[in-house]
Design a protein around this ligand. Structure first.
Ligand SMILES: Cc1cc2nc3c(=O)[nH]c(=O)nc-3n(C[C@H](O)[C@H](O)[C@H](O)COP(=O)(O)O)c2cc1C
Length: 256
């Protein structure tokens, strides 16, 4: 199968596997697709270990890294309490969703400890993202993907200077246009069927809209793809390949 993305990445099939699991990344690339390691929840030391392991096991096949480059995330010094910094309207929004869906409230005190643990394990601030990118660029990666929002211009420039394309996830055609204007090379159009964070536009509507909005920039279709028939639909709608996440959560590890 040949599309502009199989050509761009030198792969056999335009199937991109997003996963936080290094084994999935290796297996997908060795099978002729393209594995992308989700690394937004990691430390530079851990990412270094994971990428070293991937390079040792992937037999020279291409792979990539997915990070969050948030221009708005702030560094929390030890004196700053993330719970106090949480905007009240965000708390109200989340509480509203939980009430709507019948999710019971956490026992007293647990919200604070959950939120502290959660915010400490995120690696979303500009400084943290850049540290992770530094590590990633030491390895033979072939693709850097921005999980949320438009990466800062300096980041796009650094990745381009390293000779690599930058991808970005979007949930609307408008976001796709803005990403392309910022210099993004591959758009990942993620419909609301997707696992993880996502927008409200369904894949069947979103994919062709994004394809038309950014042509000739290649588009990977994401959101609800688990079988060849859905992949065929994505290609028929103009995507140059597919980007899957949930399907890999059910994979089993084979003893080698
Ligand atoms: C458990 C889970 C965690 C995810 N975390 C991220 C992430 O950290 N960064 C990112 O770019 N996308 C993330 N995604 C979204 C995937 O990149 C992908 O767009 C999505 O899974 C595609 O839809 P599908 O789940 O229907 O295959 C996540 C998806 C899942 C299922």
């Amino acid at each position: 199968m040949k599309t502009s993305l199989t050509e761009m990445f030198g792969i056999e099939a335009p199937i991109f596997a997003f996963s936080h699991c290094r084994d999935v990344v290796v297996a997908a690339s060795k099978a002729g697709g393209f594995g992308v390691l989700g690394a937004a929840w990691t430390t530079p030391e851990h990412l270094d270990q994971e990428l070293r392991w991937i390079e040792q096991h992937i037999d020279g096949m291409p792979f990539g890294v997915d990070l969050v480059f948030s221009p708005t995330a702030v560094d929390l010094g030890p004196e700053k309490d993330p719970v106090k910094l949480l905007p009240p309207e965000h708390v109200a929004y989340i509480n509203g969703l939980m009430t709507r869906d019948g999710v019971p409230e956490l026992p007293p005190g647990e919200f604070e400890s959950c939120y502290r643990n959660y915010s400490e394990s995120l690696a979303f601030t500009p400084k943290e993202s850049e540290e992770l990118l530094d590590v990633a660029l030491r390895y033979d990666i072939k693709f850097v993907v921005s999980a949320l929002g438009i990466p800062p211009a300096g980041i796009i420039e650094r990745v381009h200077q390293a000779g690599l394309p930058v991808g970005a996830l979007v949930g609307t055609a408008e976001q796709a246009r803005k990403q392309v204007a910022a210099g993004i090379d591959v758009i990942i159009a993620q419909g609301s069927e997707a696992g993880g964070h996502t927008g409200t536009v369904g894949s069947m509507v979103l994919w062709p809209e994004v394809v038309d909005a950014v042509a000739p920039v290649p588009v990977l279709a994401a959101g609800g793809i688990g079988r060849g028939r859905q992949m065929a639909a994505a290609l028929a709608l103009g995507a140059q390949g597919v980007w899957c996440g949930s399907i890999w959560l059910g994979t089993t590890e084979e003893a080698s």
